[in-house]
Write a protein that binds this ligand. Structure first.
Ligand SMILES: [Zn+2]
Length: 84
């Protein structure tokens, strides 16, 4: 059975690619539903960490980037982009 991860943006589960090593993985996964980019760390088939790298909406409409970032902050989601 394949592993799934819940997208921080659309809250839908997206499948983790089968060829990915879920015992130890630290990298990015793209949500198949909304196109958002998630930074995930998997250890022993469990999600240790999941951060939003880029909102799918942001990718398709740069003008919504700020709004999306503010929304994420309000909801307590972590934005890597805010660091810089
Ligand atoms: Zn999504």
């Amino acid at each position: 059975m394949g592993m799934k991860i819940e997208c921080l943006v659309c809250l839908k589960e997206t499948a983790i690619p089968k060829n990915l090593n879920t015992e130890k993985y630290d990298g990015q996964i793209t949500c198949r539903e909304c196109g958002s980019l998630l930074q995930v760390r998997l250890v022993k088939s469990k999600v240790e960490q999941c951060k939003l790298v880029m909102d799918g909406k942001t990718r398709f409409s740069p003008s919504q980037a700020l709004e999306a970032a503010n929304q994420a902050r309000r909801e307590g989601r972590f934005y890597l982009q805010d660091k810089t």
